[in-house]
Ligand binder design. Sequence first.
Ligand code: FAQ
Length: 320
Amino acid sequence: MTTPAPTAIEDLDEQANFDALIAAEQRIEPRDWMPAAYRKTLIRQISQHAHSEIIGMQPEGNWITRAPSLKRKAILMAKVQDEAGHGLYLYSAAQTLGITRDEMTEQLIEGKARYSSIFNYPTPTWADMGAIGWLVDGAAICNQVPLCRASYGPYGRAMVRICKEESFHQRQGFEILLTLMQGTEAQRDMAQDAVNRWYWPSLMMFGPPDDESPNSAQSMQWKIKRFSNDELRQRFIGMLVPQAEILGITLPDPELRWDGDHWHTSEIDWTEFHEVLSGRGPMNAVRLQNRRAAHEEGAWVREAAVVYAAKQAAKQEAAA
Ligand code: FAQ
C-alpha cells in the first residue's frame, strides 16, 4: 500500500519531510504537518482505544460490590479507576489531532464508534476477574508495548504510562486465578470455566487475520502499528502457554501445538467476531445503555465544571 498523494504543491516538501521523519524513527508531534489520512487513522485508532478503556470498566465494575474480601475489592476498584485514567490519557492524545472530547463521546454513545469486541462478554463469576486480568490485560500488553514506539508522539507517550499499569493488572489477574487453582475443586472449575469463555475472545482482540485486515499495511508503513495482528496473536499465545502450565489451567484448544516455527491453533470463529462488531454480541446493548445512562447522569457535573471554570477565569481577569 502506498501513502496517499499530497494534494497541493506546497504539500510536496511537507510530505517529503514527514516521510523522512518516519524513516528516521523520529516522532511526529501535534504541530507537525501530517498527511490527512495519517491524522484520520490516528483519530480512529486512538479514539477506539479510549472508548475501549471506558467501556472496559463495566465488566469488572460489575464485581466491585461483590469482591470476596476488602483487599480484593480495593485492588479491583484501583484497577477499574486505572482504566478510566487510560481512557482520559487517550482522549487527550486524540484531541491533539483536532477532534474534541465531546465529538468522540457523542460518537460512542450514539453507537457510531467502535470499541474492543472483548468488552461485550458477560462476567458471571468472580473467576472472570482473574481471566480478564490474565487474558485481556495480557493481550492488551502484547498489543500495546509496541505502540509505545508509535510514530505519533502523544500516542506513544500515553502508551508508556498505560503499559506500566496494564502489566500490574495482568499480574493481579494471574494471582486471582492462581489462588482459585490452589483452592477447592469448585474454585478450580470456576477458574477453568472463566478461561474457557475468555480465551477465544481474547485472541480476537488482536483484530482480523492479516489477509483480512484493511488497515494494517498502511499503519505499519506509517509506524503506528509495528507488528501485524497475526504476529501479535502468535506472540500472545507463546506468552500464555508456560503461564497456563504454572496455573494448572488448560487452554481450551485441543489443536494448540508448537509446530517448529509457529503456534498451530484451531480455526478462530470469525463469524462470532463479526457478530460482536456488528453490535450483536452478548452484552453490546447493555454496555452502550450503561454508558449513555452514566453520561446523562453526569450532565450536572459537566455543567458545574463549566460554570466553575468560567468563574475562576473571571476572578483571575479581575485580579490582573
Ligand atoms: N474489536 O484493519 P484492522 C484495553 C476493527 S485493550 C473491535 O486490523 P486496525 C485494556 C478495526 O477497528 C483493548 N473492532 O484494524 C483494558 C477496523 O474497523 P474500522 C483496546 C476491531 O486498527 C483491559 C476493522 O476491525 N486496545 O482496552 C477489533 O489496523 C481490561 C479491521 O481491522 C486497542 O484499541 C476488535 N478487537 O487494527 C481495559 C489497541 N479488531 O476502524 C479494561 C489499539 C479490529 O476500520 C479492562 N488498537 N477491529 O471501522 C489497535 O492496535 C488496532 O486498532 C487493532 C485493530 C489491533 C485493535
